[in-house]
Design a protein around this ligand. Structure first.
Ligand code: CMC
Length: 389
């Protein structure tokens, strides 16, 4: 019937109006609250960017300090929640564990749901940002069967996450042959901080749309965020970063690049080049451009794996000069570049998508909160074209 617009995948439907993020896919532009991402990533802390997304403007110096301090103090998980990790087996993918733990947060903060109360509303947002790195790091440690590390209030958000991933029980870091400890380097914190910022929001992508859809039914915000985690896990979305790394390793050598490109182009083969293509960018992905710059900057200092870099560069060059990719506007996306840097930061590959989650959490919760404050918001309920009989 002609009553409804048929739009599978919502390629031409605006589901809301929003003041948070601006994307111009033709001109490779991405702005958070009016700021170009190139002026944020590596130039402002990720926590300041969280504040920007949630509140609409960058914090003053005092507000920034207070926010940082509050996030540190809110990074702990309830002991009851921590027991959830014990129920999940070694080898569980950290994304599965994170989804479960985030869902369970709703059970712990059920008395704090008076969203008419502005203070509670804001705490609801900040708490989830603060706890996500702890959930991610604990999910990882549980997956490899090592004791969980509690947050350290003396460390900044991003450093704290690296600490929770790497430290030994008791908090000490790896002992080096020269008798010193392998402390977390500032350059590592800065690189990961910039990566978080580049992932922080991306308007109505699949996971954010999921968060808004679940939020539109008046469900608990952390249940909505948990649904966002589920949507992000898929390989067409955030799960692509893990798959890119697998693919680069599978290619193994520059000489194998042409056959992989041929396979990706074969329309009878569902195989896709991971880290390529985007629904909105039919030109360069500005986040990928920033990461490429960061990668070049870190190449020597972080001892990036040059073999993987060479393969990645060869894939990029081959695809960009190929008519199949050109005609379809397929360029490397954010997921194509993050892996090499994360590998140099000694981040295990199954933590790539969890890192996307940590980065995207302020975006999700800002979008949820914008939805709640929008008097026009309605339950998400599309129609269908019935084709049965
Ligand atoms: N390799 C080979 N062909 C591709 C690729 C690819 N990576 N991406 C798209 N195509 C082809 C596709 O086969 C189709 O060809 P044809 O018109 O001949 O049928 C055409 O390009 C358009 O693709 P589409 O699937 O209709 O485009 P979409 O907007 O629905 O999908 C996408 C966008 C990101 C899901 C897709 O490009 C893809 O699967 N890429 C690989 C996974 C990936 O890197 N995802 C990360 C996205 S960026 C950030 C994030 O969300 O994590």
């Amino acid at each position: 019937s002609g009553m409804f617009t048929y739009d599978p995948g919502y390629t031409s439907t605006a589901s809301c109006d929003s003041k948070i993020t601006f994307i111009d896919g033709e001109n490779s532009e991405l702005r958070y609250r009016g700021y170009d991402i190139a002026d944020l990533a590596g130039k402002h802390s990720f926590l300041d960017v969280c504040y920007l997304l949630m509140r609409g403007s960058l914090p003053t110096e005092d507000a920034s300090k207070n926010f940082d301090l509050e996030i540190r103090h809110r990074s702990f998980l309830n002991e009851g929640l921590i027991r959830i990790f014990d129920a999940l087996p070694d080898g569980a993918h950290p994304m599965a564990t994170m989804g479960a733990a985030t869902m369970a947060l709703a059970a712990f903060y059920k008395d704090h749901l008076n969203l008419e109360d502005d203070k509670q509303f804001k705490i609801m947002r900040r708490r989830i940002v603060a706890k996500m790195p702890t959930i991610a790091a604990m999910a990882y440690r549980n997956s490899i069967g090592t004791p969980l590390i509690y947050p350290d209030v003396n460390r900044y958000f991003t450093e704290n996450f690296l600490y929770m991933l790497r430290a030994y029980p008791g908090g000490s870091m790896k002992r080096l042959p020269d008798g010193t400890n392998e402390e977390i380097k500032q350059i590592e914190v800065d690189a990961l901080d910039a990566i978080f910022t580049l992932h922080a929001d991306h308007e109505q992508n699949a996971s954010t749309t999921t968060v808004r859809n679940v939020g539109s039914t008046e469900a608990h915000p952390y249940v909505a965020i948990s649904s966002g985690i589920a949507a992000l896990w898929g390989s067409a979305h955030g799960g692509a970063n893990e798959k890119v790394m697998d693919q680069l390793k599978m290619i193994g050598d520059i000489k194998n690049v042409p056959s992989f490109i041929a396979k990706a182009k074969d329309r009878n083969d569902p195989f896709r080049l991971m880290g390529f293509g985007h629904r909105v960018y039919k030109n360069r992905d500005p986040r990928a451009e920033c990461l490429k710059g960061l990668q070049d900057q870190l190449r020597v200092e972080l001892k990036l794996d040059s073999k993987l870099l060479d393969i990645a560069a060869a894939v990029e060059e081959a695809a960009l000069s190929d008519d199949y990719f050109k005609e379809r506007g397929l360029y490397p996306n954010i997921d194509f570049y993050s892996g090499v840097i994360l590998t140099a930061l000694k981040i295990p590959v199954e933590m790539f998508t969890p890192i996307f989650v940590i980065g995207r959490t302020p975006g999700w919760i800002s979008q949820w909160s914008e939805l709640k404050q929008d008097p026009k918001h309605k339950i998400a309920r599309p129609r269908q074209l019935y084709t049965g009989n």
